[in-house]
Write a protein that binds this ligand. Structure first.
Ligand code: NAD
Length: 304
């Protein structure tokens, strides 16, 4: 039986509608949430990502402040820009678009962002929070995946989850978030021997390797939920994930498409974190609300 599609675009639309309501409520108190985005250099892909974030802000009623620095900007200039934004009360979230030019120390830059405005969740404080299960800002891509999983109505506790990819921005935080939800988590990476031996055991398979065609049907358990985080541009211009979608959808119970799966959710969760930061700053929410990376209410497909 062909898998059901987990529709990231539709879920994003629903969440963004909800966000507009939250922005309206903030407006009654004279508060406009603000997100500052720092782009260093002119990487074309980064420009597209920043454009998408600015557009999503406008759609939800969030003010965006775009700081474009030249590729030759010094580390000190980037840090000074972050200092100013840390002190600016109109800015509730600060995002530095990665990658940065090689002469800039990424870790130093990420640690300079005020913990309370770290809406990407990359500051060590928030990474540490993820380890103990109460981060302020869950990183956007794994946070989006968590919500997509919720729409399937599947309880992750006790499930075998295999995460393929162990980067700091996707694979590792994803594994920690699902461990917190009491899944049995295996993390695979480029040095993993016999990848299929692990993936075949997955009730939930999450792939974030950046390798088109990495996951083929024989590596997937019948009825598994498959989440494809990969975004790869082929020579003919097509955008594909890491999973052989046409083949794997015949075996999986649920699957995300690329595009239209995880991608739209990443930007949507950035807005969620910006609203969360604004509500915290104005004492409209307590940190306790976020124990366990609790997500905004997501309606399961199964209930529709
Ligand atoms: P990365 O290059 O930082 O990390 C890739 C990870 O995959 C590494 O841990 C590496 O060891 C592992 N890997 C590479 N080849 C492998 C193989 N053959 N078998 C098993 N593991 C392998 O990449 P990243 O930033 O984590 O991104 C991964 C993919 O997800 C990319 O395609 C990226 O474009 C995409 N991405 C999508 C979103 C989104 O919003 N949908 C967000 C971030 C990243």
């Amino acid at each position: 039986m062909a898998a059901r599609i987990i529709d990231g675009k539709a879920l994003s639309r629903r969440l963004r509608e909800e966000f507009r309501g939250r922005v309206g409520k903030l407006a009654t108190q004279g508060v406009v949430p603000g997100l500052a985005v720092i782009l260093v250099g002119d990487n074309p892909a980064s420009r597209v990502y920043v454009g998408n974030k600015v557009k999503a802000c406008a759609e939800c009623g969030v003010a965006s402040f775009h700081h474009a620095l030249p590729a030759e900007a010094s580390e000190a200039e980037v840090l000074a820009c972050i200092d100013r934004l840390n002190a600016d009360p109109a800015v509730n979230g600060i995002l530095v678009q990665l990658p940065l030019p090689p002469h800039i120390d990424v870790r130093k830059v990420l640690e300079a962002i005020a913990v309370d405005k770290d809406v990407d969740g990359f500051h060590l404080y928030n990474v540490g929070g993820l380890v103990v299960g109460n981060t302020i800002f869950p990183p956007c891509t794994p946070y989006g995946v968590q919500l997509l999983l919720e729409t399937t109505g599947t309880e992750v506790a006790g499930k075998n989850v295999v995460v393929v990819g162990a980067s700091n921005i996707v694979g590792k935080p994803m594994a920690l978030m699902l461990l917190q939800k009491e899944a049995t988590v295996t993390v695979c990476h480029a040095k993993t021997r016999d990848l299929a031996q692990h993936t075949i055991l997955a009730d939930i398979l999450i792939v974030a390797a950046g390798k088109p065609g990495l996951i083929v049907p024989r590596m997937v358990k019948e009825g598994a939920i498959v989440i494809d985080v990969g975004i790869n541009r082929l020579a003919d211009g097509r955008i594909v994930g890491d999973v052989d979608f046409a083949g794997v959808k015949e075996k999986a119970s649920w699957i995300t498409p690329v595009p239209g799966g995880v991608g739209p959710m990443t930007v949507t969760m950035l807005i969620e974190n910006t609203l969360r930061s604004t509500e915290r700053a104005h004492h409209l929410r307590k940190d306790d609300d976020y124990q366990d990376c609790e997500a905004p209410a997501v309606k399961a497909h199964a209930d529709n």
